[in-house]
Design a protein around this ligand. Structure first.
Ligand SMILES: Nc1ncnc2c1ncn2[C@@H]1O[C@H](COP(=O)(O)OP(=O)(O)OP(=O)(O)O)[C@@H](O)[C@H]1O
Ligand SMILES: [Mg+2]
Ligand SMILES: [Mg+2]
Length: 582
């Protein structure tokens, strides 16, 4: 393996330029007491004013957006480059890696050494096909590789190997639902067609040290990618972001891709055009969809928020240009996080002619139906199918709980949830069907909110062993059988979370936490003691039938009675009997 650090094409040792350190800002605290400043607005008032102006700014922005939406139609199509989860590169046996020492995984072919030949790594096909099947594509029995020529330091051969003329998958689609976060104006469901998926090589990673140094890490060169190309069928920025989020969830859930957008495993280009709704159709067309406005392409977005913000900014820029009588130029643009404007990178005229040509060194890919049948039958359940299952009769989770359960901790939280539910079902085998049907919802609540709350508070990462699944199941079994109260269950959970490894039954025994129901005589004595505290209210309930006030006495009984032993319904029953005689 070669380990060069390259600087603008020249082999040289790694030496980083010294960074200029900005001079320290000299901060001085004023000794003038705040009250002496004449027009000083109190901080609380300032914050209130700021919040008010932020609210009105947001409202104004929303109104402006709506007004422009009435007049202009936005169209978006996205291209997503996703790194496949494979051990070797696309055309060499060098290992894929995201965190190894730079330039430690590079084969001769990756650096385009003269005479080196591509060796297609057949294992790459499996994740690629899984993604294509999960995205409902038609897999092509024969597909081919092409060379896309351009000269740039991140591509040593002078061309990228991709699938331009005959990609391996076509005509898929992705369904987006309201729970995926699509814009309200898109209703509760929208289908976005996928034109194709193609296999291609990644480029090297560049690190810039301005003004003169550019370091290159060739570990990433030829990492297998799939490019997913959607049709121009997205009409709102929020839906575009939802589409990217959903595509990421799908390719991750089928095991095709492991690294998400935040770690650079997924990179997105968005294509944006606008056209006036009341005008004759636009002049542009794409793969059978005509009447479109001129598109511009914003390259290399690396977060869902960037996708949404860049589209809003570019749409507004294009509308501004058209409203002032200008024309939109087909161009490639860039986006910086936190910015409010896209910036021009290069115009259409400057676009390279890629001189696509079939790669003469790589034979066609032939994909057999037996392989597809096998992959089809072993594909994991899709995120949508999981949602349907979790909100269905078997689990009865709310959609707001089902979604995070699926998404959190790469599926580990869902696995834990299932472990708790399974154990709890066994423990509750003697209970009736109605009781058992509600178990999923309660487990979901405890796993996400109670256990989740403890994790957030302690700032710890998820680990299924912090509170073993069987411990939570035993605790919930005791709670469901009313042997402990809700607050007791929370207290015990928190103890286990902090490392108490005694069995749940032992904790409850030793800490004297089991609920011993009060006798009738004890309830009566307790009720009489709280009634004595407020005889006037007793009279109001008795004489004026103000029964709503019973709640106050119930609260007093729960507060003054022995912790966890007073049950509200029973307390109210006794109070009614004593005060109202019913
Ligand atoms: N007028 C348009 N308005 C908005 N989006 C469009 C328009 N025309 C095409 N698109 C979108 O632009 C994308 C084009 O991607 P495609 O890979 O086919 O071409 P490309 O951008 O020229 O190629 P690459 O960037 O990979 O070199 C698609 O997602 C498509 O939906
Ligand atoms: Mg493309
Ligand atoms: Mg493109």
């Amino acid at each position: 393996m070669l380990r060069p650090w390259l600087r603008r094409g020249t082999l040289r040792a790694l030496s980083l330029p010294a960074r200029t350190v900005p001079p320290l800002v000299n901060v001085r605290f004023s000794s003038t007491p705040a009250a002496q400043t004449p027009d000083r607005v109190p901080l609380r008032k300032q914050l209130k004013q700021q919040a008010k102006s932020l609210r009105s700014h947001k409202r104004q922005r929303k109104e402006d957006e709506e007004a422009s939406r009435q007049e202009w139609e936005l169209t978006v199509g996205v291209e997503i480059h996703a790194q496949l989860d494979t051990e070797a590169k696309l055309f060499s046996r060098a290992a894929t890696s995201t965190s190894d020492v730079p330039n430690s995984n590079v084969a001769l072919f990756d650096l385009a050494f003269p005479g080196s030949q591509p060796e297609f790594q057949i294992a790459t096909l499996l994740p690629a096909l899984r993604a294509a099947i999960a995205l409902n594509c038609e897999i092509q029995p024969v597909s081919r590789f092409d060379r896309k020529h351009y000269f740039y330091q991140d591509q040593p051969s002078g061309y990228q190997i991709t699938q331009y003329y005959e990609p391996f998958a076509r005509n898929g689609y992705v369904d987006l639902f309201d729970y995926d976060g699509i814009a309200p104006e898109d209703g509760d469901r929208v289908r976005i067609d996928i034109k194709q998926l193609q296999l291609e090589q990644d480029t090297a990673k560049s690190q810039e040290y301005p003004p003169t140094t550019q370091l290159l890490d060739f570990n990433r060169v030829s990492h297998p990618l799939i490019e997913i190309i959607t049709m121009p069928q997205i009409h709102t920025p929020a839906t575009a972001a939802a589409c990217v989020r959903k595509l990421q969830a799908i390719v991750q859930s089928c095991g095709a891709v492991t690294t998400g957008m935040e770690l650079g495993g997924l990179r997105v280009d968005v294509n944006v055009s606008v056209r006036r709704r009341d005008e004759a159709a636009g002049q542009h067309q794409y793969n059978g969809i005509s009447g479109l406005g001129q598109r511009t392409e914003i390259k290399n977005l690396s977060s869902f928020k960037a996708v949404e913000d860049a589209i809003i900014a570019e749409k507004n820029r294009q509308i501004g240009v058209l409203e002032s009588g200008g024309v939109i130029e087909g161009e490639t643009r860039g986006w910086t996080i936190g910015s409010t404007e896209t910036r021009r990178l290069r115009g259409k005229e400057g676009d390279v002619d890629y001189r696509y040509m079939p790669d003469p060194d790589i034979p066609p890919l032939i994909i057999g139906t037996d392989l597809l049948a096998n992959l089809n039958s072993t594909l994991p359940t899709s995120p949508d199918a999981l949602i349907t299952l979790l909100v269905g009769a078997e689990h009865r989770l709310s959609i707001d709980d089902a979604k995070p359960l699926i998404e959190l901790d790469d599926g580990a939280r869902l696995e834990y949830y299932h472990d708790v539910v399974d154990t709890l079902h066994t423990l509750q085998a003697d209970q009736d069907a109605a009781t058992r049907a509600g178990l999923g919802r309660s487990v979901g609540n405890w796993v996400l909110h109670e256990l989740g709350g403890l994790l957030t508070k302690s700032d710890r990462d998820w680990d299924a062993e912090i509170v073993p699944a069987h411990s939570l199941a035993e605790l919930l079994d005791q709670l469901q059988r009313k042997r402990i109260t809700g607050p007791t269950a929370k207290q015990v959970l928190s103890g286990i979370f902090d490392g108490d490894r005694r069995p749940v039954s032992q904790i409850l025994e030793e800490e004297n936490l089991l609920l011993r129901p009060l006798s009738r005589a004890e309830y009566v004595a307790l009720a009489q003691s709280v009634m004595a505290l407020n005889p006037q209210m007793v009279a109001q309930i008795r004489d004026k039938k103000q029964v709503g006030k019973l709640g106050w006495f119930v609260g007093q009984m729960m507060r003054t009675g022995e912790k966890g032993r007073v049950e509200a319904p029973k307390a109210e029953e006794i109070l009614r009997e004593l005060i109202l005689g019913v």
